[in-house]
Write a new protein. Structure first.
Length: 132
């Protein structure tokens, strides 16, 4: 049984959706050209951070669940596998979604802004601040 399939599916879906968001931003007529790069960079950094962070956090939590597994096997021997698998699936989804929707934007936005400002300064020789 590969319970990690849930984590893989969550990561794949989020990465595909973010790819579509970046594609739509690049083709949008409503977004100014100078804002498209920083927005797509923000999405890209957020996707990288969330995917890597999701796997790292999920793996770390899985290692700490041994006492939980022992408790479940002792108190619920008939349904132990189902309970453990269900808990791991729900945990994996929660970890990935928390990182993708809440933690990642807080970290990715300042990084993307900094990189975009540096690129713009080099390109234009301007020391202004680019906001996203």
């Amino acid at each position: 049984k590969n319970v990690n399939t849930t984590a893989h599916l969550a990561a794949a879906c989020a990465n595909i959706l973010n790819g579509f968001y970046m594609y739509n931003v690049s083709r949008s007529k409503k977004i100014e050209e100078e804002q498209k790069g920083p927005l797509m960079l923000n999405m890209f950094i957020g996707t990288l951070f969330s995917t890597a962070g999701g796997y790292l956090v999920d793996g770390a939590i899985n290692k700490k669940l041994k006492p939980f597994d022992d408790f479940i096997e002792k108190h619920y021997p008939k349904n132990a596998d189902n309970i453990k698998n269900g808990f791991r699936i729900a945990k994996g989804l929660m970890v990935f979604q928390l990182l993708y929707r809440f933690v990642s934007p807080v970290i990715a936005t300042p990084i993307a802004n900094h990189i975009s400002n540096k690129v713009r300064e080099k390109k234009e020789g301007d020391k202004g601040i680019l906001t996203v």
